[in-house]
Every structure is written in C-alpha cells, then in structure tokens.
Design a protein around this ligand. Structure first.
Ligand SMILES: O=C(O)CCC(=O)C(=O)O
Length: 321
C-alpha cells in the first residue's frame, strides 16, 4: 500500500481535530481529552531496518510521518502563535539564545506546549503517528510529556548548539525520545537536524549555558565532539527524525528567504532512577522566561497548569486513552 494512503487509513481519529474546530471554545475544551483518547488507536510502524538503525545510531529519519498539507496547516497555526506572542507571559514563548533581551532581534524562538494556546495542534496526524512510533521504540508505557516548536527566522535564524536533551533533566533519568518534524522542506541551509551516530551509548557530557550567558535559554555541550562524524538529515515537510535523550544533535542556521519551523513531541517512560550526576549548568542559569513563569504560577497560573497536566491527563486515561 502507498505510504500516504496507509497513514490516512490508519488515522480516523485525526478527524476529531477537524470536528473540534467547528465546536466553539467550550466544546473544544470538553472534547480535548476525548479526542486525545481516540487518537490512541492509530499507528504508523517503523520497519525492522529503521528500528535497528535507531538503536545502532541513536537516531533515525522517516520520510513521511505526516503529509505536506498538514505540515503547511501547522506552519500557519504556529505563525499565528508567534505573531500574537502566545504564552510569552507564562514563560512558554522565548528566544532560545539571546535570553529574551528585547533590544536584540530574535534569532531562534521556542514555543513550549503550543497546543495550550492553539488546540487544533493537539489533534494531528503527526501526534498520532509520533505516539505510535514512541510505543514501538519505548514500549506501551510511552507518554507524550512535552512538545515544542522552534522558529528560525529567514536570513538570520541561528544554529541550535550541539547538545543532549538529557542535559535538560536535572532531576530524574527518563528513557526519552523526541520526534522532530519540519513544517517546510529542510536542508543544511535552513536548519535541518544533525546527529553524531552512536553518541547515545555514551555518558551525559558536560554542558554550559549557551555562549556562557546565564540568561540564555539554550545549553551547549562543550566536550570534544568529533564533528567529522556528524550526519545531516535533510527532509521534506512532514518527514521526521527521531532521537534519544542522549544523542548529540544540532540544527543548522537559516540563511534562506523563508522562516523555518520544526515541531517536536517528546515521549518519556516513567523515571528509572534519580540522577547521581551533578548538572552544575542549571545552578548558573537565570533566564527571564524562568522569572516570567514563576510570576505567572504565583498569580494563579498553577491552577491552569494543574488543569492542563494532571486533570486532563487523568480524564483522558479514564476515557480509555
Ligand atoms: O529544531 C531545532 O532547532 C533543534 C531541535 C532540538 O534540539 C530538539 O528537538 O531536541
């Protein structure tokens, strides 16, 4: 069967998202957990060779986790969130590299959990198939824990520094994978992903705040990295790469005439053990987005946070997800 037909056939629940778009705000809020539960049935399977590559190298590319049409739709929804600065006051939208210095133009904007601000992002073929892949690679307990979208503006979009995602988890050790989908075609000139094969078998390496700047939101690995081993992964819109939390990776800058969006969902299993390794880079970080988030939580945002995480997750599970 042609891959595209296969994806669409196996993803009936995707259409719940289309239905929700017509339900108004209250209907959407009530339907979200139901729709999320209904997405559990779909599946896009990696083949045995792709799974072997993933375990061997710590990453794998897939040509079509979604469709070019859906990628274009998500691109335009995320443009809207960028334009309205959605989530900025909650500390959920920020510049990754310049520490939100408003005098400096943004070179790489991140929106965390953008579905909180645009519910139509929650019910996509991408998320449905990403969950199916996560269950294949991590096991049936895999849960989507975190998502983010990263925008690199045309001409001056900055590279994302080399790092391991595990460097962001100071507290527990989670088996983790990230599914990264570009919302337009990507090459080395506009921000495709690069990986160091086999780096997932090593230790968590030393990281520091990007550019030694404690106000920067990104971390960079400063261990010796054998860059001649790096593998670039150009993709068409709607393709994806999948990497572990330990795999060293980087995304190039954007020198082209059009902005670059990537949409990423991270899946975890429950934590295995508390980390014994010190992560001193966190003690040094003092970002503006952390301050905004603390202020928002104090002003009552903790209730919103609880609703978005604990309550809706429990309801979804109760509904059979
Ligand atoms: O898209 C990017 O610029 C980097 C993404 C990334 O580092 C990640 O998904 O872990």
């Amino acid at each position: 069967m042609h891959l595209h037909t296969h994806i669409v056939d196996r993803t009936r629940s995707w259409q719940v998202g289309e239905l929700m778009e017509q339900c108004g705000a209250v209907g959407q809020a009530l339907l979200q957990p139901v729709a999320a539960a209904s997405m559990e049935g779909a599946s896009l399977a990696l083949d045995a060779k792709q799974i072997a590559n993933f375990h061997e190298n710590g990453f794998v590319a897939h040509p079509a986790i979604s469709t070019a049409g859906e990628a274009a739709r998500l691109h335009s929804l995320l443009d809207g969130l960028l334009e309205s600065k959605a989530g900025f006051h909650e500390g959920a939208q920020f510049d990754m590299l310049n520490g939100d210095d408003l005098r400096v133009r943004s070179t790489s904007v991140q929106i965390c959990d953008p579905e909180n601000y645009e519910p139509r992002l929650r019910h996509t073929l991408f998320r449905t198939n990403a969950l199916a892949i996560a269950k294949q690679l991590l096991g049936p307990g895999a849960q989507p824990i975190f998502s983010h979208a990263i925008f690199k503006p045309a001409h001056y979009g900055a590279p994302t520094p080399w790092h391991q995602d595990d460097a962001f988890h100071a507290d527990f050790d989670y088996p983790q994978i990230s599914v990264w989908m570009p919302l337009q075609d990507v090459t080395t000139t506009n921000g495709c992903m690069h990986f160091i094969p086999g780096s997932h078998r090593g230790e968590l390496l030393a990281h520091r705040c990007y550019n030694h700047d404690p106000h920067a939101n990104a971390l960079e690995c400063f261990a010796d990295i054998e860059l001649s081993n790096a593998v670039a992964c150009p993709l068409l819109a709607g393709g994806c790469t999948i990497h572990t939390g330990r795999t060293l990776h980087y995304a190039s800058g954007n020198e082209t005439d059009a902005g670059r969006w990537a949409y990423i969902v991270a899946f975890y299993l429950p934590p295995r053990r508390r980390r014994v390794q010190a992560v001193p880079w966190f003690d040094l970080t003092r970002t503006a987005k952390m301050a905004r988030r603390r202020a928002w939580l104090r002003r009552g945002g903790f209730l919103v946070h609880w609703w978005r995480t604990e309550f809706s997750n429990r309801l979804r599970r109760a509904l059979g997800g």
